[in-house]
Write a protein that binds this ligand. Sequence first.
Ligand SMILES: Cc1cc2nc3c(=O)[nH]c(=O)nc-3n(C[C@H](O)[C@H](O)[C@H](O)COP(=O)(O)OP(=O)(O)OC[C@H]3O[C@@H](n4cnc5c(N)ncnc54)[C@H](O)[C@@H]3O)c2cc1C
Length: 407
Amino acid sequence: MVFTPLLASTCVGTLEFRSVAEPVSRIQPTLSSSPNSYFFLASCTGIDTRRHEVYCEAAPNSGLPSEPYRFKVAYDKLVIAAGADPLTFNVKGVKPHAFFLREVGHAQEIRKKLLLNLMLSENPGLSEAEKKRLLHCVVVGGGPTGVEFSGELSDFIMRDVRRRHSHVKDYVRVTLIEANEILSSFDVRLRQYANNHLTKCGVRLVRGVVKEVQPRKIVLNDGSEVPYGLLVWSTGVGPSEFVRSLDLPRSAGGRIGVDEWLRVPSVEDVFALGDCAGFLEQTGRQVLPALAQVAEREGKYLAVLFSKIAKQNGGRASATGEVALGEPFVYKHRGSMASVGRYKALVDLRRSKDAKGLSLAGFVSWLIWRSAYLTRVVSWRNRFYVVVNWATTLVFGRDNSRIGGCS
Ligand SMILES: Cc1cc2nc3c(=O)[nH]c(=O)nc-3n(C[C@H](O)[C@H](O)[C@H](O)COP(=O)(O)OP(=O)(O)OC[C@H]3O[C@@H](n4cnc5c(N)ncnc54)[C@H](O)[C@@H]3O)c2cc1C
């Protein structure tokens, strides 16, 4: 499992990859120790809700007895928590040319590309324009991920690139392209702060809509062209191909539709949660944001609900008919945080976009942001790694000598 809030920090070497990734069996030891509890490393390719069966396929080239290695798992209750995929809005060229930032593998690719471009740009004979292009890092999407990544990049450039790649330091630039406003879910004052801070840190903010991505340049709707050496695409998430392939009711945005108890109505014994699920229109509730704080609480809610169901002898397939489910799931937003680089962050503790509440920006927010996420890192071992990484970055700068070093 990846602790995504700290993923942006791994792209430039502020944190090591192993500090943000946690083996599933460490988070949930039951899965590897308790009889009848298992973790299977495989992709689910289909679900037969009438037969109560899930069809799976192990990763290709895994060396298992047959290729592909397929198996099925029978269930009494099924929870679909398959997450979401990056949204590209079908903009031509995004998939082949842009990097996404959702997994450790993505962060590794971004880090390799960034360091490769820095080294390539020192080669003799390159024109000024080519050096500028190679070292132009473009981020599309001004949500928390895009902003945090831009902040990390500008920190990296201001501190580490200036010292270690001083020949090319003046060519490195960061541009953040956003169609509307950056951090649109945050308080207006915080948005303004982020705008000013990023600009001060050298991030160029461009209001625009990307029409097409070509191998070396982006074309915007107004016809202008933006050459790039590294492009990171972060414009939100939508249903994955797997989720779209399932014949299940849908909520707004094409997610799997659930009722107030996170059940998929009209399909027996199937529940869904997290980024892949959304309340059905008839519940009168809004689809919840694609956030870990939503997924985590939905997961905990379902665990309690299943215990209730089991106590009423409803645990078996098709046995929930007369079971009292109790209170429906209620989500209370605990607020949002985002770092903007240079030891500054935003903390917005309002319950909703239009509600009143505490919101602050600056160094104190950055301390709150760091402490809050440190307590959320699952194991003490990784908390230790994170603290050591932060401390060594502060004293010695970022260590990018082991770019593939993910455990
Ligand atoms: C860079 C970044 C920063 C973020 N920061 C924050 C933050 O600060 N705060 C916050 O609340 N949220 C944050 N989020 C959002 C948060 O990570 C997600 O909302 C959360 O992880 C959703 O949890 P989930 O369990 O629904 O899906 P995921 O965590 O995406 O897990 C889904 C899992 O299902 C697996 N899967 C998918 N399809 C299949 C299949 N067919 N078969 C088998 N397995 C499958 C995937 O490999 C994945 O491991 C961030 C996200 C990113 C990318």
